[in-house]
Ligand binder design. Structure first.
Ligand code: ADP
Ligand code: MG
Length: 660
């Protein structure tokens, strides 16, 4: 039924077409009551003075614009109900536009410009290239394929735009003042091409104000003040007809599969995004900088947080696992005073006998001078029980630890750590083990060198170990303890042991003049503290990312407004709204992704720089963070690129094309 109608009906049917533009309070009708039929294969000139409504009519014919009122049927199909993408499809498949000012994309070569319509039609890239080349060659542009519009003359640019119009077949060629910007000879060539195209079967509609130009057509429709005032055949002699091998295929090769076509369109988006970025390098870089800083700070902060967490945890595990440390005083603050003498040796001995304890070792500590030969150094001397080393996980570098008898005999055997060994024995090559050093005024024999422990304190601390009785008697002169270190029995829960210890000591002392430190508690507290801190810092970094994203949005708005004309051209040759959207989204995402990559690089560089300057900060990067950073950049690109891209996609093609 529709077939019949299409067969009976001319290709183009306009009935009562009216086009109004808002003007001041009301509207002004630029076209009024236009009835026009155009048969397939006609060569029609629409002629009229400047401002008479020719371009408006042509835009309606080419489905770039819609009538305010009236009917337009193309190939038997009413266009009134079509949505913008359907209209784009009609333009893509049936129309080829040739503009007075060519409207070529300046970043693309002649070949690149000619190809565009086929990208949106989904032609595979090889076929696309071949066809564009064949069309350009046929139009005498074979030796200018790689030239950009700026390197071509007006006539040459117009031939590129004709090739572009023909790319998808162009049942109907719409030429709006195609010779208006050309010198006489170039204009003549263009008209000859139009003549040939018509001879090959293309319907050609030529818009002009010039009688000489209009005379080339087979039919002349004259328009004045938006109304058709005459419509007559023109019996101008046709120039020689072209040979059939010149007919560069009115029907293009078949389109690729849906997927291949989508990939082709994505490639185009990608290429255009890269071109756009390259043509505004500084601007793109500055925009990217916001993202770089944001991503770098997020990644670096998370890495730093994780590094600190791991460092703190390893420090804590150096305190020994499953251990409790009991200090005199009410809490940490009290301990510092060091004056509270309520914890005594018998407490340690009693605790050691409890079932929840695998052992208990008293500790005392003093600071004194160590001397070997002429070298002196101040060191912390810990008086400890024999279990101390195993509970704390102290490792030997050489020699041995003192044995169980040392405390009883107030042994003068000393274990020094590597820092002490390095300091006191710096000038000699003798083995510290077996040497006698002065601890204060007390000569002691070095029996072992311990490895430096991972600990909270600065790593340069000098530490030595004596039997606790030796320190109490020779240095402190009393029997109170700094702490009791208790190893919890293997089958007992640490927090239960903590409660039991507290209850036991409370009974012994009658008052709570001690406090128990559970390393598990510290671990948990510190872990949650560092997590909170990491979260806080990361939140600040995320804010900087949002600021970066707003920068991207801003620059994308600029990019869109700079390229309104390009958008118009792409729409005229059949780009869907989604194609336009995709192009700008791709650009936004690309800016953000490259910013993300640079940001991750900067974060790594920061880690390396900190390490190189011997900082104690440790950066621990995780693959998850980095993946998250890339996901985050992409998301920022999509979120902040959406508004500009959406705005671009919604542009009206006619208004976009008219923009300077
Ligand atoms: P021609 O191509 O014949 O020179 P146009 O079709 O471009 O003329 O324009 C016809 C009339 O419509 C002109 O008077 C012009 O000012 C008006 N016109 C065109 N586009 C718009 C628009 N977007 N808004 C308002 N008036 C417009
Ligand atoms: Mg015009």
């Amino acid at each position: 039924m529709a077939e019949d109608a299409a067969a009976a009906e001319p290709l183009i049917v306009l009935r009562g077409v009216r086009r109004e533009y808002p003007a001041g309070e009301g509207t002004v009708a630029v076209l009024a009551d236009v009835d026009l039929d155009v048969e397939a294969g006609e060569f029609l000139a629409i002629m009229g003075a400047s401002g008479s409504g020719k371009s408006t009519l042509m835009n309606i014919l080419g489905c770039l614009d819609r009538p305010t009122a009236g009917d337009y049927r193309f190939a038997g199909r009413a266009t009134a109900d079509l949505d913008p993408d359907d209209l784009a499809e009609l333009r893509r498949e049936h129309f080829g536009f040739i503009f007075q000012r060519y409207h070529l994309l300046s970043e693309l070569t002649a070949l690149g410009n000619a190809e565009i319509p086929a990208i949106y039609a989904g032609l595979p890239s090889g076929a696309r290239r071949d066809r564009a080349r064949a069309l350009l060659e046929r139009l005498g542009m074979g030796d200018r394929l790689g030239h950009r519009p700026g390197q071509l003359s007006g006539g040459q640019q117009q031939r590129v735009s004709i090739a572009r119009a023909l790319m998808n077949g162009a049942d109907v060629v719409l030429a709006d003042e195609p010779t208006g910007a050309l010198d006489r000879r170039s204009g003549e060539e263009v008209l000859k091409i139009l003549d040939e195209l018509n001879a090959e079967g293309h319907t050609v509609i030529l818009v002009t104000h010039d009688h000489d130009v209009a005379r080339r057509a087979r039919r002349i429709v004259e328009i004045s003040d938006g109304r058709i005032v005459s419509d007559r055949p023109n019996e101008a002699p046709r120039e020689e007809t072209v040979s059939s091998d010149h007919a560069a295929g009115r029907t293009p090769p078949p389109a690729a599969s849906v997927w291949r076509a989508a990939i082709g369109r994505f490639e185009e988006s990608f290429r255009m995004a890269v071109l756009a970025m390259l043509s505004h390098r500084l601007r793109t870089f500055l925009t990217m900088l916001g993202i770089v800083i944001g991503i770098a700070s997020v990644v670096a902060m998370v890495a730093l947080g994780e590094g600190s967490r791991q460092k703190v945890l390893s420090n804590i595990s150096s305190l020994g696992t499953n251990t409790l440390e009991i200090f005199p005083g009410k809490d940490f603050g009290d301990m510092r005073s060091g004056k509270i003498k309520t914890l005594v040796l018998s407490d340690a001995e009693a605790l050691a006998r409890q079932s929840f304890a695998a052992g208990a070792t008293p500790t005392v500590s003093t600071t004194t001078t160590l001397r070997f030969g002429s070298i002196e150094a101040s060191a912390q001397v810990n008086g400890v029980g024999v279990d101390y080393f195993s509970v704390k996980g102290v490792k030997l570098a050489s020699g041995r630890f003192f044995d169980a008898g040392a405390a009883r005999t107030m042994s003068q055997e000393i274990v020094i750590d590597e820092n002490v060994a390095k300091t006191l024995f710096a000038d000699t090559t003798v083995d510290p083990v077996g040497q006698v050093i002065l601890v204060g005024k007390v000569p002691c024999t070095v029996i072992g060198v311990s490895r430096k422990q991972q600990g909270f304190g600065p790593s340069g601390n000098l530490t030595a170990f004596l039997a606790y009785t030796t320190v109490q008697v020779r240095f402190l002169g009393d029997t109170s303890l700094r702490s009791v270190l208790l190893r919890v029995a293997d089958d007992v829960d640490t927090s239960l042991a903590e409660e039991a210890t507290a209850a036991f000591l409370l009974r012994r002392h009658g008052t709570k003049d001690f406090f128990v430190l559970n390393t598990d508690d510290i671990r948990q507290t510190i872990t949650s503290t560092t997590q909170t801190l990491t979260l806080l810092i990361a939140a600040i970094a995320v804010i900087s990312l949002v600021v970066g994203g707003i920068g991207v949005m801003n620059i994308m708005l600029v990019s869109v407004s700079e390229r309104v004309k390009e958008i118009g051209v792409r729409m005229a040759v059949g780009a869907r709204r989604s194609d336009i959207m995709q192009q700008f989204l791709t650009e936004a995402v690309l800016v953000c992704l490259i910013g993300g990559v640079l940001g991750v690089g900067v974060a790594f560089a920061a880690g390396l720089a900190f390490a190189a300057f011997g900082s104690t900060f440790v950066f621990v990067y995780s693959a998850t963070t980095i993946l998250a950073a890339f996901a985050c950049s992409t998301l920022i690109g999509v979120v902040f690129g959406w508004l500009p891209a959406h705005g671009a996609a919604l542009l009206d093609p006619v208004a976009a094309l008219a923009r300077d």
